[in-house]
Design a protein around this ligand. Sequence first.
Ligand code: P53
Length: 474
Amino acid sequence: MGFRKDFLWGGATAANQCEGGFDQGGRGLANVDLAPAGPDRHQVIAGEKKMFNFDDEHFYPAQNAIDMYTHFKEDIALFAEMGFKTYRLSIAWSRIFPKGDESEPNEEGLKFYEELFKECRKYNIEPLVTITHFDVPMHLVENYGSWRSRELVGFYENLCRVLFTRYKGLVKYWLTFNEINMLLHLPFMGAGIYFEEGENKEQVKYTAAHHELLASAIATKIAHEVDPENQVGCMLAAGANYAYTCKPEDVWAAKKTDRENYFFIDVQSRGEYPAYALKELERKGIELPIEDGDLDILKENTVDFISFSYYSSHVQAEKMSEENKTDGNAFDSIKNPYLESSEWGWQIDPLGLRITMNELYDRYQKPLFVVENGLGAVDIPDENGYVVDDYRIDYLRAHIKAMRDAMELDGIDLLGYTTWGCIDLVSAGTGEMKKRYGFIYVDRDDQGNGTLKRTKKKSFEWYKQVIATNGEEL
Ligand code: P53
């Protein structure tokens, strides 16, 4: 037994990294629009540097991205040509509610996604929809402090109700929050959180975490009420943490790091705050803003499946020194001497995917869905825009084999696989265009120049074959 017959092969994107059209169709401004390219980016997305408006000194790549807002039919046709069974995309919250706190949605925004979903259906592509992939309308950031305010739960609930009702019959698979644990690592990009001076950052993060977890459970409840066919998943930025040595203190450090991230999924999947977290928060003097009835909502509305992104494993030790750390990631890790790295210093570890899948399956015993995986690399196109990206094929092949082992040898139930950035798009971490993941090359550079022309890379034909043979021919 290899891949299940109805295995959902496909690719994934996020609104802010591909759509562009930031001021089109009545769309409001969002946190994700305000992440500049260049050296200030990290401080901005970490919530350490205030950027609540565009300025003239910076370039903001999300404004136009790869303009999928107007190219979506062409792009979905290319996905269909590869044989995609599913396409993971996200909704830009501020297209539906430009400010976030309106009572009525913006019809033009709703229409846009309706057309997009219908375009998918035309080719029998099942949409897999991330309700928010990091975005929060700036109006909610400026006037409510984003997710640190409980009012966001109600605004998000409105958004979900509108989406589930309007797209009933068109969309069945939903993810509530992309990489929900990113809130801890890149709080402004991940959740619209900017820290005011003197604030207790940990307290702010866990306040926001409770609100997001509550919102996620409420969304799950409404999704099931509106249509019992709906399947709702959580979404974790995953990647097993290894101990640097067998020294028990190193093993403990790795376990603690894993738990910081599993914390969110423990609530979304098991329906309860885990004991280890409650104790830790108590020791740190952090309070979760739990109100009457919240714990019942969390308990009664757990997710149907566990989705996650996987790019790399990580290494932890009791003492982490700056010299031996990897670079270019949202997650701290020591360099693993047994692994090769990507051009951005992300360590390549296919067996780590199998290990991660086993950890998740052991812990939750729910179907898994790999909704992001891939290699960010510099591609050099020839004069026709063709890229020989054997390095990408090698990466994906090895990871697909690891998934197959997890299914065949470990008995894991895996619903599908969507590679990250199936068409080249703006990097979330760096804001670069040259960090490419796609099967489809897009002519655009880091400064925003280029024709936006789409061309197929070598990996396009390869992935098409993988899907056509349901993973038999890699
Ligand atoms: P990029 C790291 C940093 C920022 C976002 O990342 C990340 C990660 C990795 O876990 O998460 C996801 O573009 C995210 C996508 C993002 C992708 O990783 O920095 O869900 O939005 O593009 C890849 O190479």
